[in-house]
Design a binder for this molecule. Sequence first.
Ligand SMILES: *[C@@H]1O[C@H](CO)[C@@H](O)[C@H](O)[C@H]1NC(C)=O
Ligand SMILES: *[C@@H]1O[C@H](CO)[C@@H](O)[C@H](O)[C@H]1NC(C)=O
Ligand SMILES: *[C@@H]1O[C@H](CO)[C@@H](O)[C@H](O)[C@H]1NC(C)=O
Ligand SMILES: *[C@@H]1O[C@H](CO)[C@@H](O)[C@H](O)[C@H]1NC(C)=O
Ligand SMILES: *[C@@H]1O[C@H](CO)[C@@H](O)[C@H](O)[C@H]1NC(C)=O
Ligand SMILES: *[C@@H]1O[C@H](CO)[C@@H](O)[C@H](O)[C@H]1NC(C)=O
Length: 340
Amino acid sequence: MSGIKPDQAESQTAPVATSRKSHFRRFWWAYLLAFLVVATVVIVPSVLLVAVPKMAQQRLNGAKLTIDGIAVVNTHTDSLILAINSTIEADDSVHATVDAFEGTLYLADADPLLAFAQIEFPQTVAAAMQAVNISQEIQISDQSAFTAFSTALLTRGSIGVRVRGNTHIYIRGISRPYPVTFDKTVTLKGLNNFDGLSISDPSISARSATNNFNGTVHIPNPSVLILEIGNTTFTNYFNGEEVGRTYVNNLVLYPGNNTFFASADIEQLPIVNALTQEPFCELMGKLPFQLSGNDVVNNGQVLPYFRDALAASNQSITVDLSEAAMNLGIPAQCIESSGG
Ligand SMILES: *[C@@H]1O[C@H](CO)[C@@H](O)[C@H](O)[C@H]1NC(C)=O
Ligand SMILES: *[C@@H]1O[C@H](CO)[C@@H](O)[C@H](O)[C@H]1NC(C)=O
Ligand SMILES: *[C@@H]1O[C@H](CO)[C@@H](O)[C@H](O)[C@H]1NC(C)=O
Ligand SMILES: *[C@@H]1O[C@H](CO)[C@@H](O)[C@H](O)[C@H]1NC(C)=O
Ligand SMILES: *[C@@H]1O[C@H](CO)[C@@H](O)[C@H](O)[C@H]1NC(C)=O
Ligand SMILES: *[C@@H]1O[C@H](CO)[C@@H](O)[C@H](O)[C@H]1NC(C)=O
């Protein structure tokens, strides 16, 4: 019984298999056509929709963004001109064009990410190295975000700025554009809280309570930024006490060493005492002051984002008053008290 069943099965299935084979022989072209249709419908789009976009995004991710210079100029309360000279280096084995796009600038190490400006990036074409220079008027829609950026820039040794935006990439030979995300973080040198700030040729006058000090202030700017700050007022502290105001007009910082004329209103008594009495008289006239931003006005416009950034910390400065004091007949040394 059991030996018969397979035979029956074979005799039943054999004619079907034969007819399938002959059917394939006759209609092979239809199978080929169907295969080509399936290949076209499935494989080509999966290359165009999956592989090429992935490659396009990888190409953009592999590109290197270098910031050569940034200028923050024509500064107003609610607007400014932001100019950026940058270089994009890409692998030029793939010929591609990246569409113009709106990039958002973020302070990278803020938590959560803090967007402080938006800029329009121009279209870029495939090139091993391309200069991308931008100059745009920026509306400061979020004062606190821009202040946070300015504060980080002025007080830190380095800051991370992230540029992010959605755009399209066109690859030569393929007509459709592919959506990609431009997302790069660059590290910029900051002004490091004006480390290295100094004053030379200080001059003191004993005649008046205001405008009784001046000197040449040297402000190092290790960053690649040009900052148009304007007329700046600082509060001066000595030994933890407020002792006056310092004024620097037309403060514009360029990369490198910057020199300005500074004038000040300084309370005389605490300074004369420090020059001649313990413990500060031991410093022989080299007195440590602290400066903190108090006001910034540029061509009649208050700039809260620079004022508050300068007010966020104290900048230390040692002023050698020995010569200036000597000229007034005040010796910058400890005067023996009558009892000693
Ligand atoms: C960009 O480069 C040009 C040409 O060298 C220069 O004049 C300009 O000041 C630079 N701008 C910035 C923001 O560095
Ligand atoms: C762009 O800026 C670079 C400096 O980073 C400068 O050498 C170049 O001349 C500038 N190009 C234009 C068109 O301003
Ligand atoms: C300020 O500097 C000028 C020189 O530029 C000098 O003649 C003047 O006496 C100084 N004034 C004070 C108050 O020290
Ligand atoms: C700067 O120093 C003075 C005097 O020590 C102090 O009162 C003030 O709070 C300090 N400012 C900042 C922003 O730390
Ligand atoms: C900045 O200039 C002043 C005066 O010319 C000089 O004493 C100081 O060393 C300079 N600083 C730097 C970093 O070049
Ligand atoms: C700074 O103040 C002086 C004197 O008040 C004024 O003449 C000058 O225009 C001001 N500069 C700026 C950039 O605001």
